[in-house]
Design a protein around this ligand. Structure first.
Ligand SMILES: [Zn+2]
Length: 669
């Protein structure tokens, strides 16, 4: 390989690492995204042309691994010990006195301590050989952890290769993987929408994300990292203090929490603890205390260890963010996507200076798993800005009057039936006009693949619903110019444009209408299949679960969802109103008599008025088959507008060419 190629790859890697550091660690990018992409693309191209160039620590190799069958066990070179805890200011002073005594120092001699926020995440050990990330391992039991290297590599703020000089031949960096409140809430929202159980708190979410056997899943989670200590160091670096280590970690490209301080004497350390106890909720991630370490590493060595904890460090835990109280009731909230979330109504209790009277219980399975009942005494936790949650029930305190929670089978907001698909954690309201989810439903109804009402954006939908102009999807077709003019920033011109767009959507296709109804688990493709199979909305409305299960690709869960949706009286009302307001939908061309086209092969070219997949279904329903290329064995070529080379080929080979109309007539017989 040419020297110049190797040198260029090297140069690109160094540049990209530096920019990753500016972007992910310092949050201060120095080049535009486009420039960064150019660098990365150039490196990718070089590596593609010269596969021998690829190294595991190349910035192109963040997600490379395949799912693993299980995690391997890693033995820590230096055990990852736990710190002794202090729960009061008095215990911090006692710690300082112990250190003085052990070191034979006079009580008034001042010691330097480093104070660091205690991040509530998952402790991680990262081993680098010659500057390249070799192993990422969880703490495990302190002696042995799990090898999660492939997952750790996907965390963008963790360097795959250390920056700067002074790099030891082997170094183990320790820190905490965590998830910010924003990332946590976003992840739970996504999971709720997918019908998956939400995570109880950011720490569980971080731990669950790191311990994924498929690194691609980890890569999709927004995880972050703060480093705070060294384990083994071999060759090349011998620091004198913890403060120096923290600064070196920064130089090597690791994120170090900005809220660290070097305290002269324990009084300053105590002031630091007290100040963060007050301010912690504004951090955007969870901390559960402050770690106080003797700064001087030589003194640390003198102090050594007692049982399984270092004598030179202390974890000050903030006062209980957990309290006990009573569950007065469990009620259900309906979210904007129709998800039903049980909420515990509590006898008000002070937790960390805030009165808490409600706490989330996540979902039905979670309540059953924790066995939380109405009337129970429970432990409630509040962590940072995150919604308080019920941790557990105190079963010993039961007197027999407690009542188990039952998920209602009717929506508490609109009284429609509740649907919970087998295997999903979340129950959902099926009501098409449910006030709790109306905005989402209207926005979906008007969207491009549904009724395609141009200009009906979320801001308009918001106002239409808030002003009571639209109480169900059909109301859209009853709006007048005057109605629209009452909306903010709606001039005459935009009002008539919107009305024209609504008018245009009044005549639509059956599959679009079915999709627009927003039936749970029925996406565009399923809507097409249902429209094609039943050919008529009435038949679909009357179909039994068994009939629906017969439809290709529908399956039992979807069949149940569709069936339940059409059993709702609100669904009937809305469909009747749609008709009354002049909305009409065209059924797909009638399917041919079964077997009419038995054994005939079709090729499509050019654009026809129905979708290609719909046309294919029609041919298949009649017993024919569709192929992608024309040969002597092709029976028909259906040529739409702007036919391509297949049309020419058909003419050459003398294959029968049909127009769309001829094709439809052939199907109808
Ligand atoms: Zn509802």
């Amino acid at each position: 390989m040419e020297e110049s190629v190797i040198a260029r790859a090297q140069e690109l890697r160094e540049q990209i690492r530096r920019h990753d550091y500016y972007y992910y660690v310092l949050n201060a990018p120095r080049i535009s995204d486009a420039e960064y992409d150019r660098l990365l693309r150039e490196l990718e191209e070089l590596e593609q042309q010269h596969p021998g160039l690829v190294t595991p620590d190349s910035p192109t190799q963040r997600v490379g691994g395949l799912p693993q069958p299980e995690f391997l066990t890693v033995e820590h070179r230096v055990p990852m010990l736990s710190l002794s805890n202090a729960f009061s200011i008095g215990e911090i002073s006692a710690f300082d006195q112990r250190v003085h005594r052990f070191l034979g120092m006079k009580a008034d001699e001042v010691l330097d301590y480093v104070c660091e926020l205690k991040i509530d995440g998952l402790a991680m050990s990262l081993t680098y050989r010659d500057g390249s990330l070799l192993i990422g391992a969880t703490r495990g039991d302190g002696q042995k952890g799990e090898d999660v290297t492939l997952n750790v590599r996907t965390i963008r703020s963790i360097p795959l290769h250390l920056l700067d000089s002074d790099i030891p031949s082997l170094v183990e960096v320790r820190g905490e993987v965590y998830m910010s409140h924003i990332a946590f809430e976003q992840l739970n929202r996504q999971r709720e929408e997918m019908g998956e159980a939400s995570f109880a708190n950011p720490r569980n979410a971080a731990a669950g994300s790191v311990r994924q056997l498929d690194p691609r899943i980890t890569a999709g989670r927004s995880l972050d990292f703060f480093s705070y200590a060294l384990g083994t160091v071999e060759g090349g670096y011998s620091p004198a203090s913890q403060w120096e280590i923290l600064n070196k970690l920064r130089e090597w490209g690791f994120p170090v929490n900005p809220n660290i301080t070097l305290c002269h004497g324990i009084k300053e350390a105590i002031a630091f603890c007290e100040s963060w106890q007050e301010r912690r909720s504004g951090l955007g991630y969870d901390i559960d205390g402050v770690v106080i370490k003797v700064d001087d590493l030589q003194l640390q060595e003198h102090l050594g260890y007692v049982s399984r904890s270092p004598r030179w460090a202390l974890a000050y835990k903030f006062p209980a963010i957990e309290e006990t109280t009573e569950v007065a009731d469990i009620l259900v909230q309906v979210g904007r996507t129709g998800a039903l979330t049980p909420v515990a109504y509590l006898k008000p209790v002070q937790i960390g200076g805030v009165t808490v009277s409600r706490a989330t219980l996540h979902n039905e399975d979670e309540i059953r798993r924790k066995d939380i009942r109405i009337g129970d005494r429970v432990v409630v936790r509040r962590a940072g800005d995150v919604i308080p949650e019920v941790v557990s029930a105190i079963k010993e305190a039961r007197n027999g009057d407690e009542r188990p929670f039952v998920m209602p089978d009717k929506c508490p907001v609109c009284n429609a039936d509740v649907f919970r698909a087998e295997g999903e954690a979340v129950s959902r309201c099926t009501g098409i006009a449910c006030p709790a989810q109306l905005k989402e439903r209207i926005a979906h109804f008007a969207s491009k693949d549904a009724m395609d009402i141009e200009g009906m954006g979320s801001a308009i939908v918001e106002q239409l619903v808030d002003n009571g102009l639209v109480k169900d999807p059909a109301d859209i077709y009853h709006l007048t110019q005057n109605d629209l003019l009452t909306l903010e920033r709606m001039g005459k011109k935009s009002a008539s444009n919107l009305l024209a767009a609504i008018e245009k959507s009044r005549h639509t296709a059956l599959d679009r209408l079915i999709y627009a109804l927003g039936i749970r688990m029925v996406g565009r493709r399923n809507a097409e299949i249902l429209a094609e199979y039943f050919g008529d909305l009435e038949k679909l409305r009357q179909a039994s679960v068994e009939e629906l299960e017969q439809v290709p690709d529908i399956g039992p869960r979807r069949a149940e969802s569709v069936h339940l949706f059409f059993r709702q009286s609100e669904t009937d009302t809305v469909l009747d109103k749609l008709k009354e307001y002049g909305v009409s939908w065209e059924a797909p061309a009638a399917p041919a008599e079964e077997g009419r086209l038995e054994g005939k092969s079709f090729v499509f070219t050019g654009t026809i008025s129905i979708s290609r997949s719909q046309a294919e279904l029609m041919v298949k329903a009649a017993g024919g088959k569709v192929s992608s290329s024309v040969s002597r064995n092709t029976d028909y070529v259906v040529a739409g507008e702007d036919p391509g080379s297949k049309y020419e080929k058909a003419l050459q080979l003398g294959v029968t060419v049909l127009t769309e109309d001829e094709f439809r007539r052939l199907l109808e017989g």
